[in-house]
Design a protein around this ligand. Structure first.
Ligand SMILES: [Zn+2]
Length: 217
């Protein structure tokens, strides 16, 4: 099964994709990760991407799709299937993707803004080791202090409510056309999150139930 997972920032998309990877034995594919890996391995494609990456510029679409094509044609991916996380973000990317592979299902995480804000605005990051805590759900033993290294916990600029609202807005604006593009072409497994404190494992079971009902498992 080849799937794409969509979800706003703070929806837990990366966590869900990792759990699905383990449960289904499929491979999680993040274009950001594979771009970095190609650069580290210093492959032909990696060399072409390094300049953009070093300058902090976006790697052009045609190179990203080439990297993706190379990766998903490896036997492991072709046999087990994959779950794409964070791609495609635009219609041209979706069109390019449709030329190199077949996507079976879209997993769409619908998470209300208030839950995302609740989750992210309670997040604290360690200045030293970057461990992540949550002042409500994953409390450090001592307030403001990292359990792992004793470093100071702080709130990242990205996790402040006004910044979160803006990130959600940008996501919706970018993703809506891509979701529209897929409607009617590829079946959607819609997941609606309605509570901030349900463990991701429980939510993933609900998603698996949907996929089963749809005949993918
Ligand atoms: Zn720490």
């Amino acid at each position: 099964m080849n799937a794409i997972i969509f979800g706003p920032p703070g929806s837990g998309k990366g966590t869900y994709a990792s759990i699905l990877e383990k449960k289904l034995g499929i491979v999680k594919v993040s274009t950001g990760d594979i771009v970095r890996e190609e650069i580290e391995k210093n492959t032909e494609l990696g060399k072409r991407m390094k300049d953009y990456h070093d300058k902090g510029e976006l790697v052009p679409d045609d190179i990203v799709i080439e990297v993706l094509k190379k990766r998903i044609s490896e036997p492991d991916y072709a046999e087990r299937g994959f779950i794409l996380d964070g791609y495609p973000r635009t219609i041209p990317q979706a069109e390019a993707l449709s030329k190199i592979t077949k996507i079976d299902v879209i997993i769409n995480l619908n998470v209300p803004d208030w839950i995302i804000i609740e989750r992210l605005s309670n997040r604290r990051t360690c200045r030293e080791c970057e461990a992540i805590f949550n002042v409500k759900y994953v409390k450090p033993k001592i307030e403001g202090v990292c359990d792992k290294c004793g470093g100071e916990l702080f709130q990242r600029e990205d996790d402040k409510p006004e910044v979160i609202r803006e990130r959600i807005r940008v996501y919706q604006e970018q993703t809506r056309p891509v979701l529209e593009y897929y409607k009617g072409k590829i079946p959607f497994a819609e997941f609606v999150c309605d509570s901030p404190d349900i463990p991701p494992e429980v939510n993933v079971e609900i998603i698996l139930g949907k996929l089963k009902k749809m005949g993918f498992l």
